[in-house]
Design a protein around this ligand. Structure first.
Ligand SMILES: [Zn+2]
Length: 526
């Protein structure tokens, strides 16, 4: 390579005739090179984006630094004279370290990882950004050419023909699936086709409201197909009386049929995730060994640890018995309040207003005259300042209606590990210790006798009130306090000391809202 000219550019780059391509060939001999010339790759910019993503994916897989390898993309004429681009990964160390050539062995998995990188979710990223494919070793010219969009399409089409890892294969005809949502969408040939989607238990209703597949389900139905949700046997029996009503609503909104059935497990321990059943009885099956891909929510069909594969079957594979939506009922003797926009308003009065609804439910089940002696709330997901404030305020209002010293116990789970840095009031804390101090200090500022217990919990979110006469009243909240959001974005300073976070929590002043289409259920029973 020549010395840079006065503008900092290589003197050869403006004079293509002076570039000695043989130099690259010489380089290829002295180190290990992986070359790929995919059909449909037409610009160097897309080639560079593809190379950058493959290199990142390969270095992660091999556990080496990405800069151990260099990348390049070169225009080529293909055999019929059309344009194509070759993409190269090569080892930087002379003689080759053997990294780049391993791209071949891991190709299907690299596509999987490269797809995630190229499908960049950073707001404003159009052609490539530092968190996806814009790396510091690209020249200014290359950075300007970079184009991740077409590279993403190439990766998806390459994957359509790629064989998955042997451990992920179900039979010899399995193909790797990168974009399950897209394949389901495209897999719709005629009206009358049935789509079956499997989700794992326990079933979080919030997982259905945030399900990444809602749009696909809707379009599938509108073209005359049917969609069925398959859940493990016994799942509906485990839902509490508030969640079951929410579940029924979600099934109605999505017009989903429901079936409970044993899971279908293949010899390599992968499980059936989705199935498209044609009127002829043939089926297209999707399976994975990944657990995350089976959770209803944004991550459904997006595996983390093992690929999704697809294969054909001459008969339906999933089995299950149909459950009528109308059979999903709250238990007898319970009283239900459907909360939609009723609790929208200032956060400062949320607790009192929520306690009013709960008090009227207690009246409806005939226990108005009981004196409450203790309050226990169980909720796995008290992970953000927002829900902690709403929860403590509500329990405080409930207990204070029965005297100043009614003890309150809150049981929740340890925080989940997360890489993300929390910024907003509805984000999860990263530190259990911070959360505990905020609980303690905030409760103290309200003069509450509050105990926090951390442990394993059942899935239901419920308040249990013990009465002087020895009765127990259960209030089930299908979404806990998670159904509301600040009307506008609200920051929370998670980096401040926990004591000052508690003061921040007390000083909050904004409007909470839940959208008019959504609702949550409060159910009381004794
Ligand atoms: Zn990006």
């Amino acid at each position: 390579m020549g010395k840079p000219d006065v503008d900092g550019y290589c003197s050869g780059s403006s004079r293509p005739f002076s570039i000695q391509r043989e130099l690259r060939l010489g380089y290829e001999i002295s180190t290990d090179v992986f070359e790929l010339q995919p059909v449909g790759l037409e610009t160097r910019g897309a080639g560079l984006a593809l190379a950058s993503a493959l290199r990142e994916a390969l270095s992660r897989r091999l556990g080496v630094e990405p800069d151990e390898m260099g990348i390049a993309a070169e225009d080529r004429r293909n055999r019929v004279g059309g344009r194509s681009v070759s993409v190269f990964l090569f080892d930087r160390s002379s003689g080759g370290a053997g990294f780049a050539v391993q791209a071949d062995d891991h190709f299907a998995e690299l596509l999987n990882e490269a797809e995630k990188l190229l499908d960049c979710g950073v707001p404003g990223c159009v052609t490539g950004c530092p968190s996806c494919v814009l790396t510091t070793d690209l020249s200014e010219d290359e950075a300007r050419l970079l184009d991740r969009g077409p590279a993403l399409e190439i990766v998806r089409s390459l994957a359509a023909d790629a064989s998955p890892l042997e451990v992920d294969q179900v039979g010899s005809t399995s193909r790797l699936v990168l974009d399950l949502h897209g394949e389901i969408e495209r897999g719709f040939p005629t009206a009358g086709t049935k789509l079956i989607l499997r989700v794992d238990s326990p079933l979080a209703i919030s997982g259905l409201t945030t399900w990444s597949l809602r749009g696909v389900i809707d379009r599938w139905r509108r073209r005359g197909g049917t969609v069925s949700l398959s859940i493990p046997v016994g799942t509906t029996a485990m839902l509490d009386s508030a969640s079951i009503l929410s579940f029924r609503d979600q099934l109605s909104i999505l017009d989903l049929e429901l079936e409970e059935g044993e899971e279908v497990v293949f010899p390599n321990r992968s499980r059936l995730l989705a199935e498209i059943i044609l009127e002829s009885g043939d089926s297209l099956a999707f399976a994975s060994r990944d657990a995350v891909a089976f959770q209803a929510g944004p991550q459904w069909g997006k595996p983390q640890n093992a690929a999704i594969v697809r294969f054909k079957s001459s008969q339906r594979l999933s089995k299950g018995s149909k459950i009528a939506r109308t059979s999903l009922q709250s238990s007898a003797g319970a009283s239900v309040s459907i909360v939609s926009t009723e609790l929208n308003g200032p956060i400062s009065s949320f607790g009192r207003r929520a306690a009013d609804i709960i008090a009227s439910l207690i009246t409806e089940i005939g226990l108005k005259s009981e004196t409450i002696t203790s309050v226990v709330y169980e909720d796995r997901y008290l992970h953000s300042p927002l829900v902690v404030r709403m929860c403590i305020d509500t329990l405080s209002a409930l207990s204070k209606a029965h005297g100043p010293n009614v003890p309150i116990t809150i049981c929740t789970r340890r925080l989940n590990e997360s890489e993300l840095l929390p910024r907003r009031i509805e984000h999860n804390w990263k530190s259990d210790r911070d959360r505990e101090i905020v609980f303690r200090d905030y409760a103290a500022s309200l003069k509450l006798a509050l105990e926090l217990q951390i442990g394993d919990l059942p899935h239901a979110r419920q308040i249990t009130l013990a009465t002087q006469s020895g009765k127990r009243i259960h209030i089930l909240l299908d979404q806990g306090f998670g159904a509301w959001r600040p009307e506008r974005y609200r920051d929370f300073d998670f980096r401040a000391r926990a004591e000052s976070q508690a003061r921040q929590l007390k000083g909050l002043d904004f409007t909470l809202s839940m959208s008019a289409e959504s609702k949550t259920y409060f159910v009381a029973r004794s």
